[in-house]
Design a protein around this ligand. Structure first.
Ligand code: DOR
Length: 441
């Protein structure tokens, strides 16, 4: 598996002193110290002895929590390194407060065999920043025809299988994927889209698409596939993870399925809980994303899903694209927007500051649950847990400035937006991989 420790900086213990330590898995929320040593959480509490050589960070006024984990990023390597590399993506993740990310397999060539999975894993280790966990494709070449060698990809480090970027086109193949994944104890992550309904569309189907004269993608394109995959999860007993849920119908079906005992986890993205389809006007390609930004009622349902835990994971779907590609006519521009460096600020600004969720729930959605959904190390701060920690300032007001982003791409609809909440330290394996303390106002 991809979780082996890396060398810590001179092996020096690190003490995070006096922060508000929130560890939802342990039900912990109190002012405390956290000591990290030898790549592990060594102590949480107050009044414990401090090693002589410890580096001390004053975390007063800051939140100290298990490292944020993003289950859904596109890092573009191999094949489209002009948009992002594994190293630049891992650095963008660290800057956003993420200690680990899961790389989607729609690279060029697709990550569909053990060698490709091993490459992503090795490049992640080489980057030495946020941890990078590969996912493997469901189908060879992501063509939706034949199943990949799932067991071999897991041995090479894959933590889930998914054809993300595309749906698994047939129920038969999805059934097989769920059955095989079940035998290995990993989830199948599903990009739910019936392409016979979405084909040709470039935004949500509704009043705005009519006004702009663009072909729309109806909610049903997503809902038909969510219904199918929930039925197949029930049939197989496999673990289903539904990616980027955007529709009211989808949220309702997932809620009902969970109540029936179906093993399903599901994502909300910051852009879907923040924006509606009118953000696309006037033909703003940086708001072109798949699944598309939806109507106000859908956005409200996604927010309610995050609040009540139906959507138990917040994930970015970080999808970098080059400026020139996004400069094309709306219909021709690729789908996708970057999200790693704005996710925490958007979640705090849109959800916590509006009293929709509290900080422990935010951390549950961005760390605890992502770790559980994909069986990843981390997501907790109990003694012996990996020393992957995010320290953030929930009151830090800042403006999204695309010139400052670590990502290689700039395709965000949030440029110029005022946000509250930002990572101050991102710590992986006891080592500070991102330090923004000097920039803090
Ligand atoms: O907007 C999107 N961008 N949706 C996807 O499914 C794929 C992603 C990408 O790879 O650019």
């Amino acid at each position: 598996m991809a979780s082996e420790p890396r060398a810590t900086e001179a092996g020096r213990p690190l003490l995070l002193r006096g922060g508000r330590v929130i560890d939802p898995a342990a039900g912990h929320d109190a002012i405390a110290d956290v000591l990290l040593a030898d790549g592990r959480v060594s102590d949480v509490g107050t009044g414990f002895g401090l090693p002589d050589d410890a580096q001390v960070i004053d975390a007063a006024g800051l939140i100290v929590c298990p490292g944020l984990i993003d289950l859904h990023v596109h890092l573009r390597e191999p094949g489209q390194e002009h948009k992002e590399t594994i190293a630049s993506g891992a650095r963008a993740a660290a800057a956003g407060g993420f200690t680990a990310v899961c790389a989607m397999p729609n690279t060029d060539p697709p990550t569909d065999d053990p060698a490709a999975v091993g490459f992503v894993r090795a490049q992640g280790l080489r980057a030495g920043s946020a941890r990078v966990y590969p996912t493997g494709a469901v189908s060879i070449g992501q063509k939706g025809e034949r199943l990949t060698e799932i067991g071999e990809m897991i041995d090479a480090g894959a933590v889930a299988i998914t054809d993300d970027g595309r749906p698994v086109p047939t129920a038969g193949l999805m059934r097989l994927a769920l059955e095989y994944a079940r035998t290995f104890g990993i989830p199948v992550a599903s990009h739910c889209e019936d392409m016979t309904l979405s084909r040709g569309g470039s935004m949500n189907e509704g009043a705005t698409s009519t006004r702009l004269g663009l072909i729309g993608i109806p909610n049903a394109a997503e809902d038909v596939c969510i219904a199918r995959d929930l039925l197949l999860a029930e049939l197989t007993g496999g673990r289903l993870h539904i990616q980027h849920v955007t529709t009211r119908g989808g949220v309702e079906m997932i809620r009902a399925a969970r109540a029936r005992g179906i093993a399903v986890t599901a994502e909300a993205t910051p852009h879907h809980f923040t924006l509606t389809d009118d953000a696309v006007e006037p033909y703003r390609t940086n708001a072109k994303v798949n699944p598309p930004l939806r109507a106000a009622a859908d956005r409200a349902a996604v927010i309610e899903g995050v609040r009540d835990g139906t959507l138990d994971v917040i994930a970015t779907d970080h999808a970098p694209h080059h400026y020139d590609e996004k400069e094309q006519a709306f219909e021709d521009a690729p789908f996708g927007l970057i999200g790693l460096e704005t996710a925490l600020g958007l979640a705090i600004t849109e959800l916590v500051d509006r009293n929709i969720i509290d900080l422990p729930t935010l951390i549950t959605r961005m760390s605890t649950q992502p770790a559980r959904a994909f069986n990843l190390p981390g997501g907790a701060l109990d003694r012996g847990a990996p020393a992957d920690v995010t320290v953030f300032d929930p009151a830090w007001s800042w403006t999204v400035d695309t010139a400052q982003l670590r990502s290689k791409s700039r395709n965000t609809p949030f440029a110029g937006r005022e946000l509250r909440g930002r990572a101050v330290y991102t710590i992986v394996d006891g080592r500070i991989i991102h330090d923004a303390s000097a920039e803090r106002p």
